[in-house]
Design a protein around this ligand. Structure first.
Ligand code: ASP
Length: 292
């Protein structure tokens, strides 16, 4: 909880994790946090670190995001992601997009290179092709993620939704969320993860990234509410606890949230069985990975 910059906190999703999946989730959030922290150590911005860290989790194939994202009911990926620049109060979001390897990079492209904030479905895919053609990012996978990718079983267990909050040495905050969504979702369903203020939120003071059942998180605008508690004077851990309590009281559901303010104070809370989290603050030696 000490004030030290830079700092990165990464979560691998809150939920009913199967016991055997927990070490896998912990392993991947730890690697993701190291990838992001390396960017910070080399002088990269919070946004750069948040993108790289999230790309790792989308690409590892074992978390519910990007390549490892859950299938929808029709047997293909429809991915949601959001990236936020707290300093500028800006975000880019993408929803229900298929055939995109790293939706977090597409979200950043939307934020930085278009006049808009949020694209969905087939036209988001068109934008992805434009992003590649312009050389903003390179295509990373040969394997096609295009629909339809019919699967025999929808019970294929990846882990869970991913997200991070990062504060760089200048105190700039960035955060992300990226997901394949809830299991067996109906095609076209979009949860909280790409919704500004719900799945994540950041301004110049504090950032938050939430995970859990999107239908419930959206109803209480969880991430924005948690940051508002900090603006009203609570410390970051108290704000995380209060937002979890409010969420549980209003919805009776399960979720988790991670938060960091611009000085590096951090907090997290979950009422779920597990939420793998890694924190690195100041130096990589400070790395801590915990299950909640
Ligand atoms: N929030 C995600 C969604 O509803 C799922 C999760 O965090 O596990 O799509």
């Amino acid at each position: 909880m000490s004030e030290q910059l830079p700092v990165i906190m990464v979560h691998g999703g809150a939920g009913k994790w199967k016991d055997e999946r927990i070490p896998i989730g912990m392993k991947h959030v730890e690697i993701a946090a190291k990838c992001g922290f390396e960017v910070l150590e080399k002088g990269g911005s919070a946004l750069d670190a948040a993108e790289v860290c999230t790309m790792y989790m989308e690409s590892c194939g074992e978390l519910n995001a990007g390549k490892g994202g859950r299938w929808n009911k029709d047997g293909y990926h429809e991915l949601d992601a959001m990236i936020i620049d707290g300093e500028k109060l800006q975000f880019g979001s993408v929803a229900a997009v298929a055939g995109v390897e790293n939706p977090i990079s597409l979200a950043r492209y939307i934020m930085e290179k278009t006049d808009y904030n949020f694209f969905a479905g087939q036209n988001a895919r068109v934008l992805f092709e434009r992003m590649l053609a312009e050389g903003y990012r390179e295509r990373r996978y040969k394997r096609s993620l295009d629909p339809p990718v019919h699967v025999d079983s929808y019970d294929i267990e990846t882990a869970d939704t991913v997200g991070c909050v990062v504060v760089d040495e200048k105190g700039r905050i960035a955060c992300t969320s990226s997901t394949g969504g809830i299991p067996k979702k109906t095609p076209g369903r979009v949860g909280d993860s790409p919704v500004f203020g719900a799945g994540a939120y950041a301004n110049e003071l504090c950032g938050a990234s939430a995970t859990g059942y999107g239908e419930h998180i959206m109803r209480v605008v969880m991430s924005r509410t948690a940051v508002l508690y900090v603006e009203q004077g609570l410390d970051v851990q108290a704000a995380a606890d209060k937002s979890m309590k409010m969420f549980e009281e209003k919805t009776g559901s399960e979720a988790g949230i991670i938060m960091i303010d611009s000085k590096g104070n951090h907090g997290r809370a979950t009422n779920a069985k597990a939420m793998p989290v890694t924190i690195i603050q100041g130096t990589v030696q400070s790395l801590v990975t915990e299950i909640k």
